[in-house]
Design a protein around this ligand. Structure first.
Ligand SMILES: Nc1ncnc2c1ncn2[C@@H]1O[C@H](COP(=O)(O)OP(=O)(O)OP(=O)(O)O)[C@@H](O)[C@H]1O
Length: 256
């Protein structure tokens, strides 16, 4: 991962800091403004969903939160720390939309590599590898090369990697794309269990019944945050019966 990281220290982390605090974020590519003045706070322990049509800017926003990319204007703080910041890497797990896996290595070797980045060692590392692969139902495939994995299996392995170090924050870009409904349900059960233990989760989704399961949603359209609230608040404020209707009524437009 090519991360432009600063190692300069900033504000001390205080218990009252939101987990993620975005202020006035602008991101441009050439003369195109892809994120336009986005301010958003995600509190500790929340399961926060970003919902928006294809190309609306969800992945770009996720990359700014994780410090993979830098905003042209505005600030991103994670736990009070200005991002990007190298030491924060151990405190969040990130599952990108395209899998960042070493195809020629086995799943176990991939997990060992990422575990070393997170500072996991010895029996604890091995226990976490077993636990994470059990969550995504891939324990039987631990020793297979990733090149022999299906697309859905690669997604599940990427999810296992993001969970490996039991981070305080999980950032998941379309985590259930290409995953069958049964496993999708079990992954959501696990995300719920992690949230119950205090993990904050930020994810992007196009699936409306997944959006319903989030504590709060941010609706993005053309790089603008058009609405933020609980699923019920968004339905009420738009007089809609479903999140899908609320999404369209609140400027979400057509889904892909
Ligand atoms: N590195 C880049 N250079 C130029 N344009 C980019 C770059 N990254 C993203 N974009 C553009 O920014 C816009 C937002 O892209 P982004 O990937 O954030 O959308 P998205 O909401 O995540 O879409 P999807 O749901 O399809 O993943 C798109 O028009 C995309 O083409």
């Amino acid at each position: 991962m090519n991360v432009p990281l600063s190692s300069t220290s900033s504000a001390a982390v205080h218990a009252q800091d939101p987990l993620v605090d975005l202020v006035g974020i602008v991101r441009r590519f050439g003369d195109r403004t892809v994120l336009d003045d986005i301010s958003l706070r995600v509190e500790r322990g929340e399961l926060f969903g970003l919902l928006g049509p294809s190309g609306s800017g969800k992945t770009t926003l996720i990359k700014l939160i994780t410090g993979i990319d830098k905003a042209d204007k505005g600030s991103v703080r994670m736990l009070g720390e200005l991002m990007p910041k190298l030491s924060m890497l151990q405190r969040f797990g990130y599952m990108a939309q395209s899998d960042a896996l070493y195809n020629e290595l086995t799943a176990r070797e991939n997990l060992i590599f990422f575990a070393s980045l997170y500072g996991l060692k010895g029996p604890h590392r091995n226990k976490r590898i077993q636990e994470a692969m059990n969550i995504v139902n891939l324990l039987d495939h631990l020793n297979k090369p990733v090149s022999a994995y299906s697309g859905g299996m690669k997604r599940r392995l990427s999810l296992a990697i993001s969970l490996l170090h039991e981070p305080e924050l999980l950032v998941l870009d379309e985590p259930t794309v290409g995953i069958d409904p049964v496993l999708r349900q079990s992954i959501w059960k696990e995300l719920g269990a992690m949230r119950a233990k205090g993990t904050t989760i930020i994810l992007t989704t196009h699936v409306m019944d997944e959006a319903e399961k989030c504590d709060r949603l941010g609706l993005i359209r053309d790089g603008k945050l058009t609405a933020v609230g609980t699923p019920d608040e968004l339905k009420q404020s738009s007089g809609s019966a479903t999140i899908e209707e609320a999404f369209i009524a609140l400027g979400g437009g057509a889904e892909k």
